[in-house]
Design a protein around this ligand. Structure first.
Ligand code: PMP
Length: 387
């Protein structure tokens, strides 16, 4: 019998049973009334989750990287200038995707564990005429949370589009598109949205749709072209099936369930739950004398923790924690690889998961010879949860 393990990596995560049940059913006809209603509900619910009154939610088979490319391929024309607010590995990836589509990319960087300030980004935005600014809301490689709102507002004043990689934030951190003047947010199913991997998602606002319509050059990718997808999503939302490429019907069934659960919990309460779980994790880590990679709480994400290995402890900690029943992840940022590890806490995460995880990390550290008391870690997390 395989051991029961708790999956606490920064995606995929643990999923609600009802979501998994929806995934395991018979595939519906993608043109039939049952699926049309399901997909329509999922899209309408996503519009609420993205906080966009008139934006178009999009759901395509693929992963977060495809979601990034869907945004870039439709907005960028060769020669356009793009500013990347760089907080780690996934911001680098966004820069690479932009360059592949012909953009001239300027990065605003910060030291690992820090985010460029809104003022630094404003200065960079004023220096030349950018088509868009790209921000990784939570860079999963560093656990750094970027200041999206002030950057997006400044960009909007300058007529620059804001594209947010919300792969590690949507459904776990606040990211209201309209309220913050964000034009496009992209995400993937396997993280805070609480659906197994396989869906690339986005919400595209009116200014971004207008920029797409005003293109001079055709979108280079046939599959990515919003012109092919817009009639599909609009059709399903009206209750009319339309075909461009076969939708991943079971994943959409699962998405519809998770979206319904998210709205039932309420977005604000869900974000607050993520914050509380993150605070409890942080209390546990501090009691275990673990140093966080984000340099301050102000730039620390609530969807994952990134923590340095303490002196004398190496990357084999990850396997030792698995021996204690919890699956966590190693580091990802090339500059710090082998020096830190990551713990995801998003989606269905609840107090018991926090205590189990802090307990497993504490026991593994103690077994490896670190001078920590595992009970103190759990007690600190417990106190934070009880507050
Ligand atoms: N952006 C961020 C912030 C991510 O965390 C990830 C995945 N960890 C991606 C993009 C890429 O998503 P995927 O692996 O689903 O392609």
């Amino acid at each position: 019998m395989s051991p029961r393990e708790l999956l606490m990596i920064p995606g995929p995560v643990e999923y609600e049973p009802e979501v998994l049940q929806a995934l395991g059913g018979q595939s519906a006809s993608h043109m039939g009334p049952r699926f049309v209603a399901t997909f329509g509900r999922a899209l309408k619910g996503l519009r609420e989750i993205f906080g966009s009154a008139r934006g178009q939610p999009m759901v395509v088979a693929g992963s977060g990287t495809l979601a990034m490319e869907l945004a870039v391929a439709n907005l960028v024309e060769p020669g356009d200038a793009a500013l990347v607010v760089n907080t780690g590995y996934f911001s680098e990836r966004m820069g690479a995707v932009l360059e592949r589509h012909g953009a001239r990319v300027v990065h605003v960087r910060a030291a690992p564990g820090e985010a460029p300030s809104a003022e630094d980004v404003a200065t960079a935005l004023a220096a030349e005429r950018f088509k868009l600014v790209a921000i990784t809301h939570v860079d999963t490689s560093t656990g750094v949370l970027a200041p999206v709102e002030p950057i997006a507002r400044r960009a909007a004043e300058l007529g620059v589009l804001t594209v947010v990689d919300g792969v590690c934030s949507v459904g776990g951190e606040a990211l209201p598109l309209d309220a913050w003047a964000v034009d496009v947010a992209v995400t993937a199913s396997q993280k805070a949205l609480g659906v197994p991997p396989g869906l690339a998602l986005a919400c595209v606002g009116e200014r971004a749709l207008a920029a797409h319509r005003a293109r001079r050059a055709p979108v280079a990718s046939y599959f990515c072209d919003w012109a092919n997808w817009l009639p599909i999503f609009q059709g399903y939302e009206r209750g009319e099936p339309a075909y461009f490429a076969t939708p991943p019907v079971n994943l959409v069934d699962a998405l519809e369930r998770s979206v319904a659960q998210i709205l039932e919990e309420g977005l604000e309460r869900r974000v607050e739950r993520h914050r509380r779980m993150a605070m409890a994790m942080r209390a546990g880590w501090r009691a275990l004398r673990l140093e966080a990679l984000p340099r301050s709480d102000a730039v620390a994400a609530h969807t994952l923790s990134a923590l340095y290995f303490p002196a004398g402890i190496d990357a084999s900690l990850v396997a030792r924690v698995r021996d204690e029943g919890v699956v966590i992840a190693g580091g990802l940022l090339p500059a710090l690889k082998g020096r830190y590890f990551r713990v995801g806490h998003m989606g269905a995460v609840r107090p018991g998961d926090v205590l189990t995880t802090v307990g497993a990390v504490g026991r593994a550290l103690a077994r490896m010879g670190a001078r920590v008391d595992p009970a103190e870690g759990v007690a600190a997390a417990q106190r934070a949860l009880a507050d």
